[in-house]
Design a protein around this ligand. Sequence first.
Ligand code: ATP
Length: 267
Amino acid sequence: APAAAAVPVAPETLTFADVGGMTEVKKVIHRMIILPLSRPELYARYGRRTGGGVLLYGPPGCGKTLLARGTAGECGLPFVNVRIEDVVDPYLGMSEQNLHTAFETARAQAPCVLFLDELDGLAFARHKHRGSDARRLVDVLLQELDAIGSDNDGVLVLAATNAPWDVDEAMLRPGRFDRVLFVPPPDEPARAEILRVLLREVPTEGVDPAALAARTALFSGADLRSVTEQALDAVIEQALATGTEPPLRMAELAAAAGAVRPSTLDW
Ligand code: ATP
């Protein structure tokens, strides 16, 4: 086995409780992935096919990676994270080898969740490889996906993209990524919940996540994290200047929210 396969990955500890909002998406994942995994005999009893990959798509920074990680955590499985950008190499043979190693690593960790981030990067591989070479890389991925599906290796494949229109159609066939899930930008209640998650361990005073959520329309989860981090920088500055430890207040959060540009505007 390749060296990468030897490094054991611990079961993921992050769970859905760490993912704010996404009430609907979490329900669908529960039904599509967690339930079949925890009650395989029930599905077998009714001859209901299980398995196949799930493709998550939606604007950047809205928690696709976090959700995939949380899915592994909910299942008590290791999370093997592979960024397609890191797989693609100017030398095609290397790209193919990297992709194969990623799947080998996952098989060695099975049962596990294999997450392929930035799947649209395969389409962009065309910039690095000539057309037919990029096609070959997609074919290698398809072979790996089919092998995982048929061997029942216990590798659950999730993938994410911000650009679903760049994903090869052959990838969406049954047994591959046959289920496609939209991970939406957070609505107001979801933003409040994300803020609660982000501020869980922070000393605060008078902070009203719902009020802040109302003032951050179009903010992604990642934008909200920038807001809380900027606000915390301001508090830490005060702490350093005064030699005290003031709690985080709405004033700092509101100022930070005014300084961050919502990124889902551009999607
Ligand atoms: P990209 O498409 O850019 O990879 P993504 O959709 O995978 O983005 P994440 O990487 O999961 O998004 O999110 C970026 C960061 O923003 C997370 O690490 C987390 O700190 C914060 N975040 C995003 N969404 C949420 C959420 N729903 N709950 C809590 N934190 C969130």
